[in-house]
Design a protein around this ligand. Structure first.
Ligand code: ARG
Ligand code: ZN
Length: 873
């Protein structure tokens, strides 16, 4: 049953208010819902409510009178009440089993506590309701529970009452003054500690901030709290947006399908994105916590105050909120490194999605299971689309658009078109062609040629675009996109020029060209010599490029470009080119040659590394195996691995003295989390990788033994797990396990690292770990750590030509699907791009997909992914 955007109809009934009463018990929880329903449309006499088919309906009354059986009918996920009056009060009582809810959607238990996840459609597992985001309701929630087991009772909004009920039970009543869709409802009942603080908004409102977690984890919540306060301030300063209630709660739970959830004033988080202290969290974890805390906070305006009309509009809130959290993070430390990381994520995950069987536009037109559309396309490509508008309209223009968007739509459930219209109207801009980004899937490809005319001093850029076909979309129109360009002279300086043909404007970071046609020409005059073009600076559009730049030009840009992103890009480009040549040579059994020019460029980078160590670390990080695979027609699994090892080996030997020097110089005696200290640690740990490539196991062993923080410890383990000293590896992993046995998030890393090893026996290790007492199919973090890391992070061993990796994954997916379909549907993804592999591997992958399709009772989540993936050849 496919749902289509074109079938959207406004809701027939509004729900003015809802009062929920939860009687939380160990065996069966009763939920009594009382709602005031008002008809919106004359010709729709029936009220249709959504509800899980398994839900036990105890009673249903209209205006105080039980409804006769003839007035109600239940089919599939729907409960229909016939001949509903123009308005009425419905009372519905159900019984649900949160204690048995392994799907982690609706009300469930995690670590002994009750919690909820309602986005996208979990509320229908709690009670019958028009479970769609354009039905916005005022919620009052009463929670009753055992007082000793669940001393903390939370829901959205303000607590207006609490007290004892006798017999060891107590209650609390919460009221949310803002109307909201059901997907933003939340409830928590548990035995939790709390870290409290407060924030004064710029207009003087004092907001109580609380982070709830297991008591033993409270010391790890300070970074999240500090991040929250910084995010609150940032949104005031950058967007003029203030928090709107007196209380902001965050609860950390260890069983969670996604990262976190922005429920109004009661965010629920995966512990992974709350808990951070240097003993259990890496520098990257600290940054991720800060980013997700900010993301959920920013949703209060972009998501909650203005929400989505329907789930096809998901990118309205997610693309925009990802853009906002990316910009927030860029303002905290290094803007260029943040940009590099975001582009890497886009290329590693979104580009393959956009080129594969599940390609969809950021606003999809159909789905079977909406949970499958919480994708890198909707989120991260969505953010790129917002970023392009930001670039096209400028910082101030974009802000004007945001202001108008809130002025028009506060309190409403709206569409992506409404957002773009606000941007247009606030700026008198025409984004008509630009809107295609919402409708067309596929990563546009730019082909660029340049031409220099010595006699006239004219330089021409010729940019062609084409958008590849994607499933269901064969005809594509050219898109409108900003293309940021620099022209660099032989001395490495930006060149002055005049744009005499083609659409573009001068910009503080070069030229902002507009691409609109399939074929675009831009001409510059007034140049004294041939410029070297710095293309797509800052990755100004989410596209791929084929350009006629030669290797010397790219290495010149690596050394001289004033745009750090473009420097990194040029360097990576040469590395990719080198790696692809090496792959060919490996396959042909020819000698492997890296090229002295690349070695020299890297030496220069290491000589200058002191000024920005983290940036040097980025430059010297080789492209990953999966990304190299993306650059090939058929992924050469083994040759890619060998080529990459070889390049690392050559750069390690040729630059050995630099690596030794930097490893020493970047080692701090005192641990700290300042950007400078993190930056030095990043380079030190890249140096460690190169030192290990020299065959030096000793440095990693000592590195592990002397480390006093998780970043260093993990860096050492990463090296040891691939190294040749088995005794050192086993000792370190055993030590790590003993030390962190009680820390779930650290143990996740322990599982993940072993699954990522390039050793030939990794699958065997993974199978053994599957039976480890600390492993569980019920915990998504653990599953992602072991199975997800192996299948999506270990190209070499997952894609072993025996097909055993595929069989292992499909077996796990089958089991997980019976417990938690949403997570199963994510785990299966590494199998779907069979068309990218040689016939043997492709056949083995399809065999496993086919076997999954034949599983009895397969969820629609996994069915949608698997069946779509089998529709490509
Ligand atoms: N809105 C949440 C976020 O991006 C994601 C929750 C999605 N959950 C789901 N089950 N699909 O912050
Ligand atoms: Zn979000």
């Amino acid at each position: 049953q496919t749902i289509f955007l074109k079938d959207y109809e406004a809701p027939a009934f509004a729900v003015e208010s809802i009062a929920l009463c939860f009687d939380l018990r160990e065996k069966g929880t009763r939920v009594l819902s009382t709602m005031t329903v008002v008809r919106q449309s004359e010709n729709m006499p029936n009220l249709v409510l959504d509800g899980d088919p398994q839900m036990d309906l105890l009673s249903i009354k209209l205006d105080g009178t039980p409804l006769p059986a003839g007035r109600i009918s239940r089919a599939g996920e729907q409960l229909t009440i016939k001949d509903m009056p123009a308005s009425g009060v419905l009372e519905i009582e159900v019984e649900i089993e949160p204690q048995n809810n392994a799907r982690l959607e609706g009300l469930y238990k995690s670590g002994g506590n009750f919690c909820t996840q309602c986005e996208a459609q979990g509320f229908r597992n709690i009670t019958f309701f028009p479970d769609r985001p354009d039905v916005m309701t005022r919620f009052t929630v009463r929670i009753e529970a055992d007082k000793a087991a669940y001393p903390v009772l939370l829901s959205n909004g303000n607590r207006i009452e609490q007290g004892d009920l006798g017999a060891g039970r107590h209650f609390a009543v919460w009221e949310d003054p803002f109307k909201k869709p059901a997907y933003l409802f939340a409830l928590v009942a548990g035995d939790l500690g709390v870290l409290s603080d407060q924030f004064t908004t710029r207009s003087g409102r004092t907001v109580a901030l609380h982070i709830y977690a297991k008591a033993r984890d409270l010391p790890k919540c300070q970074h999240a709290m500090d991040s929250l306060k910084r995010a609150m301030r940032w949104d005031e300063e950058v967007y003029g947006l203030e928090y709107d209630l007196d209380i902001y709660n965050i609860v950390a739970v260890s069983d969670f399908n996604m990262g976190a959830m922005e429920n109004k004033s009661l965010n629920i988080f995966n512990t992974k994105y709350v808990l951070a202290d240097p003993q259990i969290a890496t520098d990257t974890d600290f940054d991720n916590v800060e980013g997700v805390i900010a993301h959920e906070y920013f949703h209060n305006w972009t998501g909650n105050r203005v929400t989505c009309r329907d789930w096809f509009q998901l990118s309205l809130k997610e693309g925009l909120t990802v853009f906002r959290d990316q910009e927030y993070s860029a303002d905290q430390a290094s803007r260029s490194i943040k940009r590099i990381h975001d582009v890497k994520t886009l290329r590693a995950f979104q580009f393959p999605e956009d080129a594969g069987p599940l390609a969809h536009p950021i606003r999809p037109d159909s789905y079977i299971e909406i949970n499958n559309f919480y994708t890198v396309t909707v989120y991260n490509k969505g953010a790129e689309v917002i970023r392009m508008m930001h670039r096209l309209l400028g910082v101030e223009g974009f802000r004007r658009g945001m202001d108008l968007y809130f002025q028009r739509h506060d309190g409403q459930a709206v569409t992506c078109d409404d957002f773009v219209a606000a941007m247009e109207d606030a700026n008198g801009a025409d984004l008509g062609q630009f809107r295609l980004w919402y409708a067309q899937a596929g990563t546009p490809e730019l082909t660029i040629e340049d031409h220099w005319e010595e006699s006239t001093g004219r330089y021409e850029l010729h940019i062609k675009q084409s958008v590849p076909q994607t499933p269901g979309q064969t005809e594509k129109a050219p898109m409108h996109m900003p293309f940021l360009l620099g022209l660099i002279g032989p001395n490495g300086q930006e060149m002055d020029a005049e744009l005499v043909a083609g659409e573009g404007t001068r910009h503080d970071a070069g030229w902002l060209l507009h691409i609109r046609q399939s074929d675009n020409r831009y001409q510059f005059s007034g140049l004294g010599s041939r410029p070297i073009p710095s293309l797509l600076r800052g990755f100004s559009a989410p596209v791929t490029i084929k350009a006629s730049l030669n290797r010397a030009d790219k290495l010149f840009l690596t050394a001289h470009d004033s745009d750090p992103f473009a420097r990194w890009e040029a360097c990576q480009d040469v590395m990719i080119e080198t790696l692809l040549d090496l792959v060919k040579a490996v396959d042909a059994g020819q000698p492997l040659d890296v090229g002295q020019d690349l070695i020299d460029a890297c030496e220069k980078i290491l000589e200058d590394a002191q000024s920005d160590p983290a940036f040097a670390a980025e430059l010297m990080t080789l492209p990953g195996e999966a990304y190299i695979g993306q650059m090939m027609d058929v992924v050469a699994v083994d040759a890619i691995h060998h080529a990459r090892i070889h390049l690392r080996h050559v750069l390690a030997h040729a630059l050995e003295s630099h690596w030794r020097r930097l490893y020493r110089e970047m080692t701090d005696t005192v641990f700290g989390l300042s950007p400078e200290q993190k930056s030095r640690r990043a380079l030190k740990n890249v140096a460690l990788i190169y030192l290990a490539a020299l065959g030096d196991n000793e440095t990693a062993r000592t590195h592990y033994a002397q480390s006093n923080n998780m970043t260093d410890r993990l860096a050492a383990l990463q090296v040891l797990v691939n190294g040749s000293d088995d005794a050192a590896r086993d000792a370190a992993f055993a030590d790590f396990y003993d030390r962190f046995e009680m820390e779930d998030l650290a143990i996740d890393k322990w599982f993940a690292l072993q699954a990522l090893s390039d050793k030939p026996d990794t699958l065997k290790t993974v199978r053994t770990l599957r039976n480890h007492s600390a492993f569980s199919l019920r915990n998504p973090n653990r599953l992602r750590a072991l199975v997800g890391s192996f299948a999506s992070g270990n190209q070499l061993r997952f894609h072993a030509v025996s097909g055993e990796g595929y069989a292992f994954l499909s077996d796990i997916v089958k089991h997980v699907d019976q417990l938690n379909p949403q997570t199963a549907a994510r785990l299966v993804l590494p199998l779907i791009r069979h068309e990218r592999y040689d016939p043997v591997r492709a056949g083995l992958m399809r065999k496993q997909l086919q076997a999954l399709l034949n599983v009895d009772g397969l969820s629609k989540d996994v069915y949608e992914i698997v069946s779509k993936s089998l529709m490509t050849k």
